[in-house]
Design a protein around this ligand. Structure first.
Ligand code: ZN
Length: 356
């Protein structure tokens, strides 16, 4: 759970925060600011204000129960299980989660808006592989030695490794490497080779795009070698667009391969199976009919899961709690002094796209 601006995001142990949130809603706009620092378990700041509130808020904390929240959680779990065990943005599991939330809100009497937007989708479909075929065959280890760049393309490639303006002693030269950043770097590049690049100066995306434009079948980008720049690079190409496999490697792997390419031809094999494309996701938004529009309190949580799982803790619990509050507010006929907007954001896990 965190607060930013005037909005409230529920996440993780959301049920605990619910009581606090309910108190905040009852005590009018100022309470939102008053709770801005942490997930506090303190009682409402001004119980009198709550009990004296004629709108019926005092009933709400008792009405929102773990049982009610769990009903939605179980549904999210079932939706995930029916759709490859995920509810990630851009997948059928997300669309069904959205339908479920929208339907429950409509049934509770809210006017529901589904707000669609595009976002850059990326998913790794199978473990990536990287190996040296010759000389001295060697299979590199995922994570330890190499990792996919986010928004890497797909392919299975066995080809010669071609250094692109990498310094003879990587990391040893003064100043960061400009490997793959400048056009002349690729002069004479053999089409179909695997571009062998070093981190530095320009973005991974620029290096990868330049390599692809020069006809590379894949690209390896190794780390720089200074302090804190020796591990396997876990980078991003920023957005979909590059179609060749692009992997980051550790400095040790890069250094080793530079030495080997100086002694003769080096052939590598790279395998990547990913989906990298623009997809559509959506937010579900429902406002209370009553309440001051100019004092709208936004109560939100992200509805999408991570690609790897059903996302019941993160952030099914938050979404389920927001949904349960909305249902109970309607059931109790609460007429809030300030408008309340319930928001279920999409594509949070890939970069807060929905809430933006
Ligand atoms: Zn999350």
């Amino acid at each position: 759970m965190f607060f930013s601006g005037g909005s409230v995001q529920l996440t993780g142990r959301a049920a605990l925060g619910t009581l606090v949130l309910l108190a905040a809603l009852g005590a009018v706009g100022v309470a939102v600011a008053a709770w801005s620092t942490d997930r506090s378990t303190q009682p409402p700041e001004s119980p009198k204000a709550v009990t004296a509130d004629p709108s019926g808020y005092s009933e709400l904390p008792k009405a929102v129960t773990p049982k009610g929240i769990l009903e939605h959680e179980r549904r999210f779990q079932a939706i995930a299980e029916a759709h490859g065990n995920t509810r990630a943005a851009g997948t059928p599991g997300y669309r069904e989660s959205r339908e479920y939330v929208a339907e429950r809100l409509r049934r509770a009497g809210y006017g529901v808006r589904v707000q669609s937007f595009k976002f850059p989708f990326f998913r790794v479909l199978a473990p990536l592989e990287m190996a040296r075929v010759s000389p001295d065959p060697h299979a590199y280890e995922l994570r330890e030695d190499f990792a996919p760049m986010q928004y890497s393309g797909s392919g299975e490639v066995t080809a010669e490794l071609e250094p692109v303006d990498v310094s003879p002693s990587p990391g040893g030269e003064p100043g960061p490497s400009t490997s793959g950043c400048e056009e002349p770097d690729f002069t004479g590049f053999d089409e179909g080779d695997v571009a062998f690049l070093q981190r530095g100066t320009c973005t991974f995306e620029e290096k990868a795009k330049n390599a692809e434009a020069a006809g590379a079948s894949a690209a390896l980008i190794f780390n720089r070698g200074e302090e804190n720049k020796t591990d396997t690079i876990r980078g991003t190409l920023g957005k979909p667009g590059v179609t060749i496999p692009v992997l980051g490697t550790s400095f040790a792997v890069g250094e080793d391969l530079v030495r080997m390419t100086q002694g003769g031809d080096v052939t590598v094999r790279v395998f990547a199976s990913t989906v990298s494309e623009t997809r559509e996701a959506s937010n579900v938004i429902a406002d209370t009919e009553e309440g001051r529009e100019d004092q709208t309190v936004v109560v939100g949580g992200h509805l999408d899961s991570v690609p790897e799982g059903p996302g019941i803790n993160d952030n099914g619990s938050g979404s389920a709690t927001v949904l349960e509050i909305a249902e109970k507010m309607s059931e109790l006929g609460i007429e809030p002094r300030n408008r309340v907007r319930f928001a279920f954001w999409g594509a949070e896990e890939l970069g807060l796209f929905g809430s933006k």
